[in-house]
Design a protein around this ligand. Structure first.
Ligand SMILES: Cc1ncc(COP(=O)(O)O)c(C=O)c1O
Length: 578
C-alpha cells in the first residue's frame, strides 16, 4: 500500500490507517506504543485450564475404544460417563482447572437442572471435534448454558417473557457479516432503504451498508460528547420516520465506551412502541464490562437482534467466539411472513433444499443456512471446540456470584485510564455509564484544557486530517486511531485501554502533553506572544519504575520539539523563498 499520499490515507478505515501509523512510528525508530488495537492484553485463565482438563478427560474417553489399534480412538460413550468423570477428577484433584470443571458439572446439574452426564458427553464430543456441529445453530446444552450467561449479563433482573434462540458464530465479525447478508437475502433490507446508525459506531457498521452489495442510505443518530455520549431525544426522534427500516447501534459504544443511560433507554422503548416494525440490531460486545447492564434486547425483545462476542471480556479474540440471539417471537419472522407472495415464493425456492416447509423457517435458522450459502447448511455451525470453551466461559461467569472477575476487568481498564489522565495533567471526568474499554481524546477539548480556547481554535485550523495522529506516531511512537472513522464529529484519537500496560498509558499521556506543549510554543511564536517558561516536562509524578519511562518520553519530547521547530522554520523559509 502507498502510505505517502495524505489525501488517499484520509479515505482509509481507521483500522487500515493504523498500518500507515505503525510504519511511520517504525521509521522513526521510536519505541512503539500501539494503543490502536482493541485486542485485550489480558485473558481469563481458569476457564481455559478447565478446557484443557476437560480435553484430557475427553481423550481418556476416546481411548477406551479401538485399543487394539495404534493411534486410533473412538467416540466417547454416554453410558457411565458421569462416574468416569468423577474418578478422573478425583485422580487429578490438585491440577489447576479440575476443581473448576467439577464445579461446572455440579452447577449444570444442581443449579441449571440439566443432565450432568449429557453435559459431560456433549463437552467431550465437542472438544474431540469428532462430529459436525449438530444442531448446526448451536449444540443443545451449550445453547442452554450460554443463554443463562446472556440472560445474566444482558437482561439481569429485568422482566423477560418467553425464550430466545441463539446462533453460535465466529465472533462479532461473523455475526455482522451474516446478519447483513441474511437481512438482505430475506428482503428485510433492500437497496435504497434507510438504516439508522447510532454514532459514533464501530467503523464496519458505517462501511458495510455503503458497499455495492447493499447500497443502503445511512442516517446518523448522534450521541454527542456534549450530551455525555448519550443519544439526544431530537436525534432519536429521527427513528419515528417510517422510512427508517432498521437501527444499528453498539452499546456500550465503541469508541466512547459509554452505555446508554436508563432515561435514554426508556425513550427508545417509547419510540419502538410507536414504531413496532423497526428492526434493532444491538451489538453489546462490551456490555460485560458494565455493572447492571440492561440491553435493548431485554427491553424490546420483539424488535431486537442481539450480537455478543466473547473476544474482549475473556481475552479470546483468537477463538472467534460470539452469538446472535433473537426472541422466539420477533419482528423479523413477522415481516418475512408479510412479504408479498412473489417474494415469499422466491424465498421458498431459496430454502426448499433444507426444509419441506420453508415458510416456517425462522429468521435465525435462515441466518445459519445463509452463512453457508444455503446449499452447505448440513455442514454449517461453529466449530465444536469453540462451543465447548464458550460454555466454560459462560459457566465461569455464572458461578462467579461475587463478580470478582468483572471487578478485575473493570479495575484493569480504570487504572489505565487514570494513568493516562494523570500524565496528561488533566482531571479525569467521572461518568457512571463509562465502561472505559476505549477512550476518545477530543483534540479541541484537550488543547483548550491545556492552553486555552484561542490555542485550541488555532490548532484545529492548523492541522490537516490525521496530521496530529501521524505526528504523534512519528515523534513519539504512540499509535491512536482517528475518531472520525467512527463517525465522531470532532477531530479526536481513540485510545484503546485494553492492550497496553498501565505504564504505557502514562507514557502516552505524557507524549500527548509534550506534543501539545510544542504546538503551544509554535502558537506563541506565531502570535508574537512571549515564550512559555518551559515545555512541561517536569510535571511528571514518578515512581522509580516509571522514571526510566519518563526519561524515554522526555527524550522523545525533546526530539519532537526540535523537529516541530525545524519544520516550522523550514516552512517559513520556503514560504519566504516563494
Ligand atoms: C462493536 C464491535 N463489534 C464487533 C467486533 C468484532 O468482534 P469479534 O472479535 O468478536 O469478531 C468488535 C471488535 O472490535 C467491536 O468493537
Amino acid at each position: 500500500m502507498d502510505f505517502s499520499n495524505p489525501d488517499k490515507l484520509a479515505l482509509l478505515s481507521p483500522f487500515e490507517l493504523k498500518d500507515a501509523l505503525i510504519q511511520t512510528a517504525k521509521k522513526s525508530n521510536q519505541l512503539m506504543l500501539n494503543a490502536g488495537r482493541g485486542n485485550p492484553n489480558f485473558l481469563a485463565t481458569t476457564p481455559r485450564h478447565g478446557f484443557f482438563q476437560f480435553g484430557l478427560f475427553a481423550m481418556t474417553e476416546a481411548e477406551r475404544s479401538y485399543i487394539y489399534m495404534k493411534d486410533v480412538g473412538g467416540f466417547p460413550q454416554r453410558e457411565g460417563i458421569e462416574s468416569r468423570f468423577e474418578i478422573f477428577a478425583k485422580q487429578h484433584a490438585t491440577v489447576p482447572g479440575i476443581r473448576f470443571i467439577e464445579a461446572a458439572v455440579s452447577y449444570v446439574r444442581d443449579q441449571l437442572g440439566l443432565s450432568a452426564g449429557d453435559f459431560i458427553y456433549e463437552m467431550c464430543e465437542a472438544i474431540l471435534a469428532c462430529n459436525y456441529p449438530v444442531p448446526d445453530r448451536m449444540l443443545t446444552l451449550s445453547e442452554k448454558i450460554v443463554a443463562q450467561y446472556i440472560h445474566k449479563e444482558m437482561i439481569g433482573t429485568h422482566p423477560f417473557v418467553g425464550n430466545f434462540d441463539m446462533y453460535a458464530v465466529e465472533g462479532g465479525t461473523a455475526a455482522m457479516t451474516y446478519l447483513f447478508a441474511s437481512l438482505k437475502a430475506n428482503h428485510l433490507i433492500k437497496e435504497g432503504d434507510t438504516i439508522a446508525l447510532g454514532m459514533p459506531i464501530f467503523t464496519p457498521y458505517i462501511e458495510i451498508p455503503l458497499l455495492n452489495d447493499y447500497k443502503l442510505v445511512e442516517l446518523a443518530i448522534d450521541a454527542p460528547q456534549s450530551n455525555n455520549w448519550q443519544f439526544t431525544k431530537k436525534e432519536l426522534d429521527k427513528l419515528l420516520d417510517p422510512k427508517v427500516k432498521a437501527f444499528f447501534l453498539v452499546n456500550p459504544s465503541n469508541p466512547p465506551s459509554v452505555k446508554i443511560d436508563d432515561k435514554t433507554l426508556a425513550y427508545i422503548v417509547e419510540i419502538v412502541k410507536k414504531r413496532p416494525d423497526l428492526i434493532i440490531l444491538t451489538d453489546d460486545v462490551y456490555a460485560t464490562f458494565a455493572d447492571d447492564f440492561v440491553s435493548l434486547f431485554a427491553l424490546c425483545p420483539y424488535n431486537t437482534i442481539l450480537v455478543y462476542s466473547f473476544s474482549k471480556y475473556f481475552g479470546a479474540t483468537g477463538w472467534r467466539m460470539g452469538v446472535v440471539a433473537t426472541h422466539e417471537n420477533n419482528v423479523l419472522d413477522a415481516k418475512i411472513a408479510k412479504l408479498p407472495e412473489s417474494l415469499r415464493k422466491e424465498l421458498d425456492e431459496r430454502y426448499h433444499s433444507i426444509t419441506t416447509e420453508p415458510r416456517k423457517l425462522k429468521f435465525i435458522d435462515r441466518l445459519v443456512a445463509d452463512s453457508r450459502t444455503v446449499a452447505l447448511n448440513h455442514t454449517a455451525g461453529l466449530s465444536t471446540p469453540v462451543q465447548a470453551q464458550m460454555s466454560l466461559f459462560s459457566l465461569f461467569s455464572l458461578m462467579d456470584e461475587a463478580g470478582s472477575y468483572k471487578a478485575e476487568m473493570k479495575r484493569i481498564v480504570l487504572r489505565r485510564k487514570e494513568a493516562l489522565y494523570r500524565e496528561l495533567g488533566l482531571p479525569m471526568q467521572h461518568d457512571p455509564n463509562s465502561v472505559r474499554y476505549y477512550h476518545l481524546l477530543d483534540m479541541e477539548s484537550l488543547a483548550e484544557q491545556m492552553h486555552g480556547k484561542e490555542f485550541s481554535q488555532w490548532l484545529l485550523k492548523r492541522l490537516k486530517p490525521n496530521e496530529a495522529l501521524f505526528r504523534l506516531a512519528e515523534e513519539t511512537g504512540v499509535i491512536l486511531l482517528p475518531g472520525r472513522g467512527f463517525g465522531t464529529s470532532h477531530p479526536s484519537g481513540r485510545v484503546s485501554l485494553a492492550n497496553l500496560n498501565e505504564y504505557d498509558y502514562a507514557n502516552i499521556g505524557r507524549a500527548i502533553r509534550s506534543m501539545a506543549s510544542e504546538f503551544y510554543e509554535v502558537f506563541l511564536t506565531e502570535k508574537g506572544k512571549s515564550k512559555p517558561k518551559a515545555v512541561d516536562k517536569v510535571n511528571i509524578a514518578g515512581t522509580a519504575a516509571s522514571k526510566a519511562a519518563n526519561k524515554a518520553a522526555n527524550k522523545a519530547a525533546n526530539k519532537a520539539a526540535s523537529k516541530v521547530a525545524s519544520k516550522t522554520s523550514k516552512a517559513k523559509s520556503s514560504k519566504k523563498s516563494k
